[in-house]
Design a protein around this ligand. Structure first.
Ligand code: ADP
Ligand code: MG
Length: 566
């Protein structure tokens, strides 16, 4: 049959080059990635078979098989999943879904500058390519139930691949890795040809996979008649097949949670926090949620989709169920498994599904509680979280018509004039001296420049604390919050009344009257740049300062508003 040679996209070429020359210390994860692809392929097949039993034919024992061949220096990973058509191989294997994005290009650059460190690349779903870390040639044979022919794809990872149709009749995918022979014995790929090593890797990374992973092992047995020792091969199941989230929490180590996260959610770094719980009763479900430790590179791009994986009765239903997570927790990765959800649930039905709405509400509460707990008991960890994702919490205060503001306000933390620690609004309130009636804030680009503001002098002299707002959305969030524990928020630029006593006011009036010529001249010189020039008692060591009008909009807010079109 006709054999074509095609070039990889430019970005894929670069990525492959990185993989081949990577000094990444976790090359072994290639096996996890291939097994996870096989498991995904079986998930897809199982889901499709719900509505079309015919596609299974007689091949309905779902499994993943692994073969080692020492003579040929190969490992083969085989599944009887959904397979791929010719077009699918070209588009799924020849290209990287997100390769065109700015974020991907950025990640490639970072990896290159960082000694070919691949940890930033993992989040882009490049699992298949990771095999080129250990293989110098990969052969992929596959057949989809939608196609009459099979497909064979071969590449050495250097610029191009060949693809041709084949007579393969059995459904599924087989990936044959020809291992690269390393000169350095320490870092030898040869160990991947050892049964014990492959067993170890499957147990470490893929134990929870819901399909049996069968390794072909060689056994020596005694022939019953001749009493001679003979070698036979048989398939041995290596994984326990219990989904991690169904195991009891006490039986799972942190490492297992982390390995599972990395393998499942396209991140090659450990999560900041794991949240795992099961609910039984009217509505049964298990949830395994993670807070990543770093903002995904595409988090602020249009392509980013929030959502959790959804499972029911051991069937994978969808990758990103967005109904399960409110926008302000969009950074959460994880999954939900509930036998109470109907399997042939469509996206449209999902939106009105009552059970799903209840689960979503519970998840929201649970995440909120976990964050509050972290804020309370591990401030350092919370600050790490805050630096990555805090902005979503602030946004959540005014999103959804302020539906969540009453709970989210407890998660806010700010830097203040007090010291370098970040504080919650409640802690701020508890520290307020009796004569302070408002929560004060000052907005600007960064704390360094805010600290030097002359306007702070009067207020600090009174022993009052001021919140630093350095995010553009801080003021919006606070305005939409309105008040906190009956205390209103006030920009320091609005704090005039409370900073001057009656005597001060009288004195200022006199100063203004006596010097009216001077003030008129200064005003004339500044023209439209200011609306009024007045004496003040607010300054302690500076000569002048600017204050904004009393309509409640601060300089910073004015700047933000000026940037909003329309
Ligand atoms: P990801 O798994 O994140 O999509 P990969 O690089 O691991 O990225 O795989 C790329 C794509 O190749 C998959 O999305 C899938 O469409 C296809 N693929 C890989 N392995 C298999 C397989 N064993 N069976 C069917 N399709 C596969
Ligand atoms: Mg994958």
């Amino acid at each position: 049959m006709h054999k074509e040679t095609l070039n990889f996209q430019t970005e894929t070429k670069e990525l492959l080059n990185l993989m081949i020359h990577s000094i990444y210390t976790h090359k072994e994860i290639f096996l996890r990635e291939l097994i996870s692809n096989a498991s995904d392929a079986l998930d897809k097949l199982k889901f499709k078979a719900l509505t079309d039993q015919n596609i299974l034919k007689n091949d309905n024992e779902f499994k993943i098989e692994i073969f080692i061949n020492k003579e040929k220096n190969t490992i083969t990973i085989k599944d009887n999943g959904i397979g791929m058509t010719h077009e699918e191989v070209v588009s799924n294997i020849g290209t990287i879904a997100k390769s065109g994005s700015r974020e991907f290009t950025q990640a490639l650059k970072e990896a290159k500058n960082n000694n070919n460190d691949l940890s930033v690349i993992g989040q882009f779903g490049v699992g298949f390519y990771s095999s080129f870390m250990v293989a110098d040639k990969i052969t992929l044979k596959t057949k989809s139930p939608d196609s009459d022919t099979g497909v064979k794809w071969v590449s050495t990872g250097e610029g191009s691949f060949t693809i041709e149709d084949t007579k393969q009749s059995h459904r599924g995918t087989e990936i044959i890795l020809h291992l690269r022979e390393e000169e350095n014995k320490e870092d030898s790929n040869a160990e991947y040809l050892e049964e014990y090593k492959i067993k170890e890797l499957i147990q470490k990374y893929s134990d929870y996979v819901r399909y049996p992973i069968l390794l072909e092992v060689t056994k020596t047995i005694e022939d019953e008649e001749t009493k001679e020792k003979v070698e036979t091969v048989e398939l041995e199941k290596i994984n326990s097949q219990t989904p991690l989230w169904k195991k009891s929490k006490t039986k799972i180590t942190e490492e297992e949670y982390n390995e599972f996260y990395q393998g499942k959610f396209h991140d090659w770094t450990d999560p900041l926090k794991t949240i795992h719980f099961k609910v039984e009763g009217n509505l049964d479900y298990a949830a395994l949620l993670y807070i990543p430790s770093k903002t995904p590179m595409d988090f602020y791009s249009k392509e980013f989709e929030k959502g959790l994986q959804l499972y029911s009765k051991n069937v994978f239903i969808m990758e990103k169920c967005k109904e399960l997570i409110p926008d302000h927790f969009r950074f959460i990765k994880g999954l939900v498994d509930s036998p109470d959800l109907s399997l042939n649930i469509s996206r449209e039905i999902l939106q009105q599904n009552r059970q799903l709405a209840i689960i979503a509400k519970n998840l929201e509460k649970k995440i909120q509680k976990e964050l509050e707990k972290m804020l309370e008991s591990d401030r350092d960890e919370y600050i790490k979280f805050w630096n990555e994702f805090g902005i979503n919490i602030k946004g959540g205060i005014y999103e959804e018509f302020g539906r969540y503001k009453d709970t989210l306000k407890n998660l806010l933390i700010f830097n203040t004039t007090k010291d370098d620690n970040m504080t919650t609004l409640m802690e701020y309130k508890d520290r307020m001296p009796e004569d302070q009636k408002h929560i004060y804030y000052v907005s600007g680009d960064n704390i360094k420049s805010l600290e030097k503001m002359p306007q702070l002098e009067g207020i600090k002299a009174k022993g009052w604390e001021v919140l630093y707002f350095t995010d553009k959305i801080d003021e919006f969030a606070i305005k939409s919050l309105g008040s906190f524990e009956n205390l209103t928020f006030k920009s320091i630029h609005e704090a005039n009344e409370e900073l001057s006593s009656e005597d001060d006011k009288k004195m200022l009036d006199e100063v203004e009257k006596d010097n009216s010529d001077l003030f008129t001249k200064i005003k004339e010189a500044l023209g439209d740049k200011v609306s009024k020039v007045r004496p003040t008692t607010r300054l302690k060591s500076s000569a002048v300062c600017l204050v904004s009008g009393t309509d409640g909009i601060s300089f910073e807010m004015e700047k933000v508003m000026a940037e909003i079109p329309g």
